[in-house]
Design a binder for this molecule. Structure first.
Ligand SMILES: [Zn+2]
Length: 417
């Protein structure tokens, strides 16, 4: 590819950078309408152009002001957005749980213990099988516009199997989360404290070199508050940054512990007290909502409006996993957030891009401005609105990652840099 490529013919550009867009006037005409829809957060530019300079964005703005470039590509009146940032997924696993899903759809409740089914299949799988499954899911995610993905361990639950999981995840992404504390494995059913010691000790030592984050499934049936704190403390001591599965299945202390530890994100946030909402709003901890989980378990959705009204930063992610949310599709999550959680289309798109970046404490992705990574998607539609307006339709025509164009047939890696 030439050193610089100018994308033109962009009907609508989502930058997520209102302040940097030339001519933007936050207090000017249209601001009241923008406040109602949240569109002011998206830094929209009509009839726009984007300059890709190697792996980075060199310039964004109105097409009429575009700089010269080595090559020009006319996108023919399509919308361009930052690539989706999926800040919560569990992709290192084997097997599926389609039968469990079918049973749940005919009336069975979801319980955390279902994780153990996948643990048995994952332990029995070869590295090659796990790698092939990861690669399949990575391609699937990229085809629907995900250019940054976080990936957790948590289906190994032995020192060797967790270390293998984070090592394989690190082949996929730099956003690797050690989740040895996903569930207490069957062999420790009579000694959960012994398992927590393992997670904080030998398992952590084996996993920390391959991970950036530490996570705990803080939930009834998984890990209680004392164990959660013990594990997070150990992870921080090993140089990992906390994020937490919190308040998914019922009210509980997860969100408060996440805020107490300065976690980057509290994920799920389905059952929150007023104090939980206030704690999130007053902290740097992002509330990551995972509507694919509620959809796939036929459960009540989190109250996104309550979080947004309080001023919390909200991210959307897939929670892709074989038990409770087997989707890699951020467009599906956007559509669910709009239809089922009453987020505006603009709020949902912001949360799926800039919100996800905030949940991963990243400033180089989730927005399109001069200097950010050239991670962007082209929709087969004139506006970002179509992501929620046309649910279930494969609207992502192309993705650029690090300035390299991909498409559904392409094989370039999510780890390429
Ligand atoms: Zn999860």
């Amino acid at each position: 590819m030439p050193a610089t490529t100018l994308l033109t013919g962009i009907s609508e550009l989502v930058t997520n950078e209102p302040a940097t867009v030339a001519g933007h006037d936050p207090g000017g005409a249209g601001a009241i309408g923008a406040e109602v829809t949240g569109a002011d957060r998206l830094g929209l530019v009509a009839d726009a152009a984007v300059l890709i300079d190697g792996t980075r964005i060199g310039w964004v703005g109105p097409a009429g002001q575009a700089p010269a470039a080595d090559r020009r590509i006319d996108l023919g009146g399509r919308a361009v957005l930052p690539g989706f940032v999926d800040s919560h997924s569990h992709l290192v696993f084997a097997g599926d749980r389609a039968a469990e899903f079918a049973a749940r759809m005919t009336g069975q409740a979801y319980a955390a213990g279902g994780i153990r089914t996948t643990v048995a299949a994952t332990r029995a799988a070869t590295d090659a099988m796990l790698r092939a499954n990861l690669d399949r899911l990575r391609r699937e995610a990229l085809a629907s516009g995900t250019t940054t993905i976080e990936c957790k361990s948590g289906y190994g639950l032995t020192v060797a199997d967790e270390a293998r999981s984070v090592r394989l995840a690190a082949e996929l992404t730099e956003e690797v989360t050690y989740l040895g504390a996903h569930v207490v494995p069957a062999e420790y059913a009579d000694d959960p404290a012994g398992y927590v010691d393992l997670v904080c000790g030998e398992m952590l030592t084996a996993c920390a070199p391959h991970a950036r984050w530490i996570d705990v499934f803080c939930e009834r049936g998984a890990f209680d508050p004392d164990a959660t704190r013990q594990i997070l403390r150990a992870g921080v001591g090993a140089g990992l940054v906390p994020r937490l599965h919190a308040n998914q299945l019922g009210p509980g202390p997860g969100v408060q512990i996440a805020v107490e530890f300065g976690a980057a994100s509290a994920d799920h946030c389905t059952h929150l007290s007023d104090a939980d909402v206030a704690a999130l709003a007053d902290s740097g901890t992002v509330a990551t909502l995972l509507p694919g989980a509620e959809f796939s378990t036929r459960s009540p959705y989190p109250d996104a409006r309550r979080l947004l009204a309080a001023g919390a930063t909200v991210a959307l992610a897939t929670d892709c996993n074989p038990g409770s949310s087997y989707t890699t599709s951020m467009p599906l999550c956007i559509a669910l957030a709009v239809r089922e959680m009453r987020m505006s289309p603009a709020e949902a798109v912001w949360s799926a891009t800039a919100g996800g970046a905030a949940a991963l404490r990243r400033t180089d992705v989730g927005a399109l401005n001069s200097g950010s990574r050239a991670d962007l998607i082209v929709l087969d539609a004139p506006s970002y609105l179509h992501l929620a307006y046309r649910p279930g339709v494969a609207l992502v025509r192309q993705a650029y990652r690090d300035g390299v164009e991909t498409n559904k047939a392409a094989t370039s890696s999510l780890t390429a840099s």
